[in-house]
Design a protein around this ligand. Structure first.
Ligand code: ZN
Length: 482
């Protein structure tokens, strides 16, 4: 079952091509696209360069720059024009892990699975010390620890249970689930707002306590903070531990620790058995260039009247730092690059210009696409639009992991349903046919939708995205389904 990424490129190549050449020649073109994609695919080679070769691609990191430079060069090699890293505005500091070691040394030796939180400092050489379990529910709890934490390795009492694995990691959509999506009616807008507001205020209270706690720990000169990561079986879902802003306050070094290791240490300390640890973490900040960049490249349109118009495809190239961001989102980036490669390889001459954009800083708030849209098409806050806005027919995004494409989300745009039904008709044999009125959020098509450019994201089989790979230390090339 190694067909998913490869097939996705075919579908998007056809989707992009269909937008331009609806009438005669569609069948022949479809046959050429299928042949190039199925028999001469380069998608896994592209994925290899974006993951294993480039490494982790956190926003602003050297790894992301390596991947961007490679992508620009590769797109040029395939014959695309105007290929470049395009600055979109100020992002903030780059950051990477250069050394990461931590182990229990008492009551016995055991190296733990743990990842530095993004944008946290290192330990400034090797540190060792007693592990102290903190119980902090309010700022009043700081008092009992004052003056006692210097050089200690601290952790917070965690009630996070490791769930028993009663369900398979890896799933695909069943026919029934796809039918349900197809038959969905539009969800009422703003229905759950009160619940969201309640959750938000609880979250803000927690965040205020968290900020105060970290400030306290920094003042007390703790050697290292351990926190329990979400995830089981050695999987660590990573997050950031400090802001990427160049003005961010300093925080203590912090390791997001696998559930099994965290719970073992906690059980020992709670039982009154002393635990000592040693650690050596080195992280590096990069402040030389605070700009964020997107990769862009084009296949120019050939129709005199239509070549100024655009069809844009893309996905975000940045990732988290604990692995090589294979499913999030080297997969989507590789598929979109392969889409362009296929169209060049079969010498497709589009009427409109086709543009590929590989975004950055998606993981911090869709910044790469939002600022690109702001720079080229308009401001969603004022709805002041630039002339370029009217020239974009549609934007297609791919960012839901390695699962094969099963259809497309209409984002409430019912007028697009017959168009997509027609395009997908040629892919029934490959399992894609569902067109749902539903929205899917959380990624870069929203930036286009926000200024009135139809932005779409495809339905993909979930695979082990939610359970295993999304933002985790397991998001490696091995998780990709060709
Ligand atoms: Zn993503």
């Amino acid at each position: 079952m190694k067909r998913k990424l490869l097939f996705s490129s075919l579908l998007i190549a056809v989707t992009s091509a269909s937008a331009l050449a609806q009438q005669e020649g569609d069948t022949a073109m479809l046959r050429k696209i299928r042949d190039e994609g199925l028999n001469h695919s380069k998608v896994m080679e592209t994925a290899f360069y974006l993951t294993d070769v480039a490494g982790p691609r956190l926003a602003g990191s050297p790894g992301l720059k390596r991947a961007q430079d490679w992508a620009v060069n590769q797109l040029k090699t395939w014959g695309l024009v105007n290929a470049a890293r395009e600055p979109w505005g100020k992002f903030g500091k780059g950051w990477e892990v250069q050394k990461n070691y931590a182990a229990i040394t008492v009551p016995y030796y055991h190296a733990i699975i743990a990842i530095p939180k993004a944008w946290t400092p290192g330990t400034n050489g090797e540190v060792s010390g007693d592990v102290v379990l903190l119980k902090i529910d309010t700022v009043a709890d700081f008092d009992q620890y004052k003056g006692k934490l210097a050089g200690k390795i601290v952790m917070f009492e965690s009630t996070m249970k490791l769930p028993e694995g009663t369900r398979p990691d890896l799933t695909r959509y069943t026919d029934e689930e796809l039918d349900k999506m197809e038959n969905a009616t539009r969800p009422p807008a703003g229905g759950a707002r009160n619940a969201v507001n309640r959750r938000m205020s609880a979250f803000m209270r927690l965040r205020a306590l968290r900020n105060a706690t970290y400030e306290f720990l920094e003042q007390e000169h703790v050697a290292l903070v351990l926190s329990q990561a979400r995830g089981t079986d050695g999987t660590v879902f990573t997050t950031n531990g400090a802001s990427y802003a160049d003005t961010a306050k300093s925080v203590p070094p912090e390791l997001e620790t696998s559930g099994e290791d965290y719970q073992r240490i906690q059980r020992l300390v709670k039982a009154g058995i002393p635990v000592k640890m040693e650690a050596d973490i080195k992280t590096q900040f990069f402040t030389g260039d605070l700009q964020g960049y997107d990769v862009v490249a084009e296949i120019p349109g050939t129709d005199k009247k239509l070549k100024d118009q655009l069809v844009i495809i893309g996905g975000h190239l940045d990732s988290w730092h604990a692995a090589t961001g294979a499913t999030d989102n080297a997969a989507g980036s590789a598929v979109m690059m392969e889409t362009m490669r296929i169209l060049k390889a079969i010498n497709f001459k589009p009427k409109r210009t086709l543009r590929i954009c590989l975004w950055s800083s998606e993981e911090q708030g869709l910044f790469g696409s939002r600022f690109y849209v702001l720079n080229h098409f308009g401001d969603p806050k004022t709805m002041e639009l630039k002339p370029g806005q009217a020239k974009v027919s549609a934007y297609y995004n791919l960012d839901n992991g390695t699962g094969k494409i099963r259809g497309i989300y209409l984002q409430g745009d019912s007028a697009a349903r017959p168009i997509f039904k027609q395009w997908l008709a040629g892919f029934k044999d490959l399992g894609a046919g569902t067109v749902t009125i539903s929205n899917t959020g959380g990624t870069d098509h929203l930036s286009f939708d926000a200024v009135g450019i139809p932005g779409f994201q495809f339905i993909q089989d979930p695979m082990d995205y939610g359970t295993r790979t999304h933002h985790s230390n397991q998001d490696t090339y091995d998780r990709l389904s060709e």
